[in-house]
Structures are given as structure tokens and as C-alpha cells.
Design a protein around this ligand. Structure first.
Ligand code: MN
Length: 507
């Protein structure tokens, strides 16, 4: 166990905290199931007292996911701890994670509490939580800016009270690897009962150092890393799970450590999180970016063809990127389609498979070669159709430098057909106005981005949009070989999310 690093994933808590990354309960469950497949040790599923939605999601995930520990975050107060326990008590391995600020900056200006008060509260709250479960994590928030002697004191006190994991968070992303490593080393040397707990780190990426800081901490003895898929999270994000895991694995000669992660699920997990949160992965992102395993230079290409390790330090198959060159087309059957889905890490039930196959056939009629990326996009679209209040049946536009006009036909909440038309400043604007005339929900479009899923003139276009209503952001995505249709699909997707949230709240 000493050589094993515990992977604590906080995609559903800190990751979801990222601006504009709101997920609904089904989406959270889907990500949690994928994290279980990835063999993450601990899933921080949410912050139960923060909202009823978060509470329900943590409770559901605790019931459904059996092979990973499920962790609920909690303030250091009795009500928050009770609420966290209520949400996670159904889990196979429940963990309560209590946090409290310990830096002078936070204590004086935010909490208006003395060190003694902080120390006492920490001790008492851990002691309270221990009555529920023996798996207790404690985080002195803003630890990188906390007085070092006080940090030792607080860690000793919470371990004494029963904390089994002490997490050292670089909440504001201020740490530098060498200095951070010394801080971790100091903890091992100066906290007398430190051997009774696992030391963890939680690093933020404000200076682009989250992964470097996490790895340095591991080198100095930390045995838990808190991270997120694709590095999403508050502000500049958290340490990226895939980067930490692959660094430890690829440089086993250096770290002499391992994780329990099944790396072959890394790529599909990355895609799923990107798809559901609406946060695209930058092409040059390590491990999971579109270009991460692409060689452009002639010398490099020549080398890789002769022997991959000449320029490849990792085998793309190890992270679940299939090297298959088999291209599906309109003559491909259901069996080949299903097989390719399995290779890409998707296991759909019969009903979803039938729908996805139908969509694949429609795409293959328009596009000669259907690539893996097209297939991922097809599957992703099936996922988007879960809670449709309104469904797009048809969109027709006429555009040019005269009067862009759009006509749309939707099916409504009771299956009725609704149609309307509108003028706009351009074709997309006209489509959105026509949809608004039917759906009638006020909202503001805050982001609109188009990208192509694959290369070529017949490529599918993927549209990502964000709309805002009552201060909440909703993401929508849509793909089609026609970008106006893709735009309409993306808008319907965002509107349906907005509507389904409104409906749940009314219940
Ligand atoms: Mn954080």
C-alpha cells in the first residue's frame, strides 16, 4: 500500500464548481459510473448541504456506485456534517470530507475567528463525524498560505480526533513545486501522529503548476492526490487526473509508485466529461488532446512508423485511444457498428443502440466515411435526447444579404406539432427567434462556438452554446453536417435543460 497512490476524483464537486459547468443528476450519475469503471479510489460526488440538487445526486451515486468510496464535502459545522452523512450513508464505503480555513488571511478577514477557535472547531467536528463513519478526511483550507507551525498543530489535532486522511489544499493555486514539496516534507517531520493518516494534496492550476505540485508532494510522501478529469475546476482548474496518473505510470522508473487506475478508460472518460460539461479539451492538452499522439514532423513520422518508441513515450492504446483504421460507411451493419462502439468504450442497451444505429445510418447517407469521432458525436447526441420537452422536427432557412428567414417545426410537450417563422440578422439568429416564438422562455445567449468534428468538406459541424436564464447557465451541443441544423439542435438542447430544471423545481 505504501507504493500505491490513492486517486481521489473531484470532477463532480470542484470540477462542477467551474463557471458554466452545471450538470444534472443523470449526467452526474453517468460520470460517476464512468469513474468507477476507471477504477478511481474515491469519488467526491458533491457538497450535500450546498443545494437540494447536490444532495440528491450524492445520495443517488452512493446507492449506485459500489466499487469506489463515495465522499461528501462538508463545512465544519454540525448541520453540514449531518447532511453529508444523510447523503452518503447508503454508500458501500462512505467518506465525510470536512474543511475549514486555516490561513491568517482567511481566518481574520473571512471567518473572523482566532487560531484557538479554528483548532477547537476542527477537533470537535472531526469527533462528531467519526460517530458516523471511520473514513474521515480533513482539509485546512488555504494550507499553502497557512502559518506552518499552526498547520502542524491543526493536523495533529484532527488526526487525534479521528481523521484518517489529511488533505493539504493549495486552494488558491499559489504554491511552487520545490516550496510545496518542503511543506509536505515538513508535515511528515513535525506532526507526531502523521503515520496514522494518509497525507493528501489538492492543487489548483492558477500558475499552471497543479500537476507539478501534486507530483512533487507524492515524491515527498503524499499518498492521495485530488484531481479532476481534463483538469476542470474552479478558476484555472484542478490538477488533471490523466496527467498525474500517466506521469506516475510512464515514469515508474523515477517515482517507483503506482495507482489503481485502469488507464484504458482515460480517453472515453475525458470525452464524456467534455461532452456533458460543455468544456472542450484544447487540442494540445497532454494525454487527451486531439493532437496528443499526432506527429507532424517528417522526421518524427518516419521514426514512429519504424518503431513507435522513437518518438512516443506512451502507447495511445494505454489511454484508450484505438489505433484502428477501419472506417465505417453506409454499408456497415449493426454488428460492425456495435463492435466499434465497444472498442470506443461505449456499451449501450438495445434501445439506445437502435437509436444510435439509426442516427449512424442517416449520417452515413450524407457522409462517405464515418470515423470514430463521428461515432462519438452520434452517441453523444443520443445522450442529449434524454429529457426533451420540445424536439426539433424540421428547420428551413433562407439567407443572404437580404432578409434572413427561418421556419421551424417542433414537437411540443404533449407530442403536438408546432410551427413558426421569424426574421433575423443572420440564419442562426432567425432560427433562434423562430424557436423562441414557440417555446417562449426568456434567456440570453452568452456563448456560441462552431467546430468541425472531423476533416473534410462533408465533415460534421458541432455547435456549442451557452444560454443564461435567472442567473443560471445552461450548455447545449448539437452536431450535424449542416451547421444551421447543428445550431438549432444545440439551442434546443440548452432550452430542454433549462425547461427540465424548471419542471423539477416545480414538483
Ligand atoms: Mn478546490
Amino acid at each position: 500500500m505504501k507504493d500505491r497512490v490513492i486517486v481521489f476524483d473531484t470532477t463532480l464537486r470542484d470540477g462542477e464548481q467551474a463557471a458554466g459547468g452545471t450538470l444534472n443528476i443523470q449526467e452526474k450519475l453517468e460520470i460517476a459510473r464512468q469513474l468507477e469503471k476507471l477504477k478511481v479510489d474515491v469519488i467526491e460526488a458533491g457538497f450535500p448541504i450546498s443545494s437540494p440538487g447536490d444532495f440528491d445526486a450524492v445520495k443517488l451515486i452512493s446507492k449506485e456506485v459500489r466499487n469506489s468510496s463515495i465522499c461528501g464535502l462538508s463545512h465544519a459545522n454540525p448541520q453540514a456534517i449531518d447532511r453529508a452523512w444523510e447523503a452518503i450513508k447508503g454508500a458501500a464505503q462512505p467518506r465525510i470530507h470536512i474543511f475549514l480555513s486555516s490561513s491568517d488571511i482567511h481566518m481574520l478577514h473571512q471567518l473572523k475567528k482566532s487560531r484557538e477557535e479554528i483548532l477547537q472547531t476542527s477537533r470537535e467536528m472531526v469527533a462528531k463525524a467519526v460517530k458516523y463513519t471511520t473514513d474521515i478526511e480533513f482539509s485546512p483550507m488555504d494550507a499553502s498560505r497557512t502559518n506552518i507551525e499552526f498547520l502542524y498543530q491543526i493536523l495533529e489535532a484532527v488526526i487525534d480526533a479521528g481523521a484518517t486522511t489529511v488533505n493539504i489544499p493549495d486552494t488558491v493555486g499559489y504554491a511552487i513545486p520545490q516550496e510545496w514539496g518542503k511543506r509536505i516534507e515538513g508535515i511528515f517531520k513535525n506532526v507526531p501522529n502523521i503515520e496514522k493518516a494518509v497525507v493528501s494534496v489538492h492543487c489548483h492550476n492558477d500558475l499552471g503548476l497543479a500537476v507539478a505540485n501534486s507530483l512533487e508532494a507524492v515524491r515527498r510522501g503524499a499518498r492521495q492526490v485530488e484531481c479532476t478529469i481534463n483538469g476542470i475546476g474552479e478558476r484555472a482548474g484542478n490538477a488533471s487526473l490523466e496527467e498525474i496518473v500517466m506521469a506516475i505510470r510512464t515514469r515508474k522508473d523515477f517515482y517507483k509508485l503506482s495507482t489503481g487506475i485502469d488507464t484504458t478508460h482515460i480517453y472515453s472518460t475525458s470525452r464524456l466529461v467534455s461532452e456533458l460539461t460543455g468544456f472542450m479539451v484544447q487540442p494540445n492538452k497532454a494525454i487527451v488532446g486531439a493532437n496528443a499522439f499526432r506527429h507532424q514532423s517528417g522526421i518524427h513520422q518516419d521514426g514512429v512508423i519504424k518503431l513507435p518508441i522513437t518518438y512516443e513515450i506512451m502507447d495511445p492504446r494505454d489511454v484508450g485511444i484505438t489505433a484502428s483504421s477501419l472506417v465505417l460507411g453506409k454499408l456497415s451493419g449493426r454488428h460492425a457498428f456495435k463492435e466499434r462502439l465497444a472498442e470506443l468504450g461505449y456499451h449501450l442497451d438495445e434501445q439506445d443502440l437502435a437509436k444510435a444505429f439509426q442516427a449512424f445510418k442517416e449520417l452515413a447517407d450524407k457522409k462517405k466515411e464515418v470515423t470514430d469521432k463521428d461515432i462519438e458525436s452520434v452517441v453523444a447526441q443520443q445522450k442529449r435526447t434524454v429529457s426533451e420537452v420540445y424536439r426539433l422536427l424540421m428547420v428551413q432557412v433562407s439567407c443572404g444579404n437580404g432578409m434572413p428567414t427561418a421556419a421551424v417545426r417542433l414537437s411540443g410537450p404533449d407530442g403536438e406539432t408546432l410551427a413558426d417563422a421569424a426574421l433575423g440578422t443572420g440564419p442562426v439568429d432567425a432560427v433562434y427567434k423562430a424557436i423562441n416564438r414557440i417555446v417562449g422562455v426568456s434567456n440570453k445567449l452568452t456563448e456560441f462556438a462552431v467546430k468541425s468534428v472531423t476533416e473534410g468538406i462533408d465533415a460534421q459541424g458541432e455547435v456549442l452554446i451557452r444560454i443564461e436564464s435567472d442567473g443560471v447557465t445552461y450548455t447545449g451541443r448539437g452536431a450535424d453536417t449542416d451547421i444551421i441544423v447543428a445550431s438549432a439542435k444545440a439551442y434546443m438542447n440548452a432550452l430542454n435543460r433549462l425547461l427540465s430544471v424548471n419542471r423539477t423545481n416545480k414538483k
